[in-house]
Design a protein around this ligand. Sequence first.
Ligand SMILES: [Fe+2]
Ligand SMILES: [Fe+2]
Length: 163
Amino acid sequence: MAVSTDRKNRTAASSNGSERTVDQQTLIEGLNHDLAGEYQAIIMYMHYSAKLTGPYRKELRNFFQTEITDEQGHAQFLADKIATLGGEPTTEPRAVPHADEPRGMLQRLLEAEIQAITDYNERIEQAEAFGDIGLKVDLENQIADETRHKEELARILAGWSEA
Ligand SMILES: [Fe+2]
Ligand SMILES: [Fe+2]
């Protein structure tokens, strides 16, 4: 098949005909980085909800367990997308930071949510450069979830009096 001169230097073109500046393998690796973070988040919320002690155990446990549902949805979406792109979805979570006290757990969770937002912002740029606007929109929705999680954790920590 003949390639027109103006396109001869392009390595790939997205479905809308624009140039891809991020290759498929780079996008798969990025999404796997995010998937490892989602698996970490699931384990963190689950692990911390088991270890919770103190007068706010019941409320925090309910909150943590609600978050697990969101993170599972994010992980499933990423695993599906990686497989669709021809990649192998990772089964390795990032390491779960150790915490014994509720305040420490909340702080580690807040840091993880902030990291997820940073990661998704980077992935959105890659999805756009790859020419997958559907993925960009789905990742934006996941950022909206993580932002809600982050804000709720920050609100709880803002009024925490325990040293
Ligand atoms: Fe998530
Ligand atoms: Fe989250």
